[in-house]
Design a protein. Structure first.
Length: 105
């Protein structure tokens, strides 16, 4: 199975985000990644398709997390939202790594 090029690019993006705080993270970059995901997953195996759908969903949730983080005014709320973003990035990283490993095998 060949994995679409967006997923290795997404893996590199997430790796960079995990190394640096998401302060410069913008919803524009997330939107660009979402638009690059194929509209159908017909070329993927059923397992890979399920993972790709979950990645797509998690990217949308990450965008929402970032919007809430940007809108937060209280330091405690900002910290909480920041932790949610970090957790979401970790979840996404795991799914992308699973998908890429399926492509290798």
């Amino acid at each position: 199975m060949t994995v679409p090029a967006i997923y290795p690019e997404l893996h590199a993006f997430l790796t960079g985000m995990n190394q640096n705080p998401p302060t410069p993270l913008s919803t524009t970059e997330i939107d660009r990644l979402i638009r690059r995901i194929p509209p159908t997953f017909s070329e993927l195996t059923p397992t890979a398709c399920a993972i790709a759908v979950e990645i797509h969903k998690q990217l949308h949730l990450l965008k929402t997390d970032v919007l809430f983080w940007q809108a937060a005014r209280q330091p405690a709320t900002q910290t909480q939202r920041y932790r949610q973003i970090q957790q979401r990035l970790g979840i996404l990283q795991g799914y992308v790594e699973q998908l890429l490993s399926l492509g290798d095998g």
